[in-house]
Design a protein around this ligand. Structure first.
Ligand SMILES: [Fe+2]
Ligand SMILES: [Fe+2]
Length: 244
C-alpha cells in the first residue's frame, strides 16, 4: 500500500493499479495514466502546472483505500455498517458509472468482433440497477434498525420495535438480492472468459475488464461481511433485545 507521504514519488501506473478510483482523480485533472503511466505523481503535476498537494489531497479523500482494514475485528455493528457504507457502497456508486461508460465505449468499438460485449453490458446495467436500489434499502431500512438495536442493547434502553416484524424478513430479502447479484456477476465473468482481455483489446478494454474483476472482488467481500458477519449479529441482537 502506497503511504500518503510516498504518493508524490509513486508512478501513476502503480497508483491506479493499487486503487483504480485514482484513475478518476487523474481523469479529472486530465492526466494520462495509461501511456504516461511511468511518470510519478509529482512529475505529472508539474507537467500540468498543478500543485502536487492538490492531487495528493484529492487522492487522500479516497481513504480508506481498497484493501485496507479487510481483516479487522469489528468493535460494534455500527462500526461495521459504517465500513460497509463508506467502503463498499461508495465503491459501487463511484465505479458503476465509470465501468458502464467504458463498456459502452468498447461495445461500440469492438462489438462487431466481440458480440458478447452487448450481453456483458446488459448484465452489468441490470446488476448496478439492482444494487443501487438494494443499497438504499439497506441504508434507509435495515441498517438504521440494526444501529438502533445495538444502541438499545448497550444502554439497556427500551427494546426497539421493528417496523417489519422481525429483522429476519429484511435479512432474507437482502440475501435474495445478494444471490441475484452474484448470479449476474458470475454471468459477466463467464462472458468475459474470466475477465481476460482478448488479443485485440485496446487499453480501455483491458482496463474495463480489470475493473470488472475488482468489482467482483469488492462485491464478494461486501456480501460476505453482510451475510456472514452483520446479519447474524443483527439477528442475535434482536433475539436478545426485542420485546417478546
Ligand atoms: Fe451493502
Ligand atoms: Fe447487501
Amino acid at each position: 500500500m502506497v503511504a500518503a507521504k510516498d504518493c508524490r514519488s509513486a508512478t501513476l501506473g502503480a497508483l491506479v493499479a493499487e486503487d483504480s478510483r485514482i484513475a478518476n482523480v487523474l481523469d479529472t485533472f486530465k492526466i494520462d495514466y495509461c501511456c504516461g503511466g511511468r511518470r510519478t505523481l509529482a512529475e505529472a503535476a508539474q507537467e500540468r502546472h498543478i500543485g502536487v498537494d492538490v492531487l495528493v489531497s484529492a487522492i487522500e479523500k479516497l481513504r480508506p483505500r481498497m484493501g485496507e482494514d479487510e481483516n479487522r475485528e469489528w468493535a460494534s455493528p455500527e462500526d461495521l455498517i459504517r465500513h460497509i457504507v463508506d467502503r463498499h457502497h461508495r465503491y459501487v456508486r463511484e465505479m458503476a458509472p465509470v465501468i458502464s461508460g467504458w463498456l459502452a465505449k468498447i461495445r461500440d468499438h469492438h462489438g462487431a468482433r466481440h458480440p458478447e460485449l452487448e450481453a456483458v453490458s446488459d448484465a452489468f446495467e441490470a446488476l448496478t440497477a439492482d444494487l443501487s436500489v438494494h443499497m438504499l434499502k439497506e441504508e434507509h431500512v435495515l441498517f438504521p434498525y440494526v444501529n438502533a438495536l445495538a444502541r438499545a442493547s448497550r444502554t439497556h434502553d427500551d427494546p426497539v420495535t421493528a417496523p417489519f416484524g422481525t429483522v429476519r424478513h429484511p435479512v432474507r430479502a437482502m440475501e435474495d438480492d445478494h444471490r441475484l447479484a452474484g448470479l449476474l456477476m458470475a454471468r459477466i465473468r463467464l462472458l468475459t472468459n474470466d475477465f481476460q482481455p482478448p488479443d485485440d483489446a485496446c487499453r480501455t478494454y483491458a482496463l474495463c475488464l480489470a475493473e470488472l474483476a475488482r468489482f467482483e472482488r469488492d462485491l464478494h467481500r461486501h456480501v460476505h461481511l453482510e451475510n456472514h458477519v452483520l446479519f447474524p449479529r443483527a439477528i442475535e441482537l434482536e433475539d436478545r433485545t426485542a420485546p417478546r
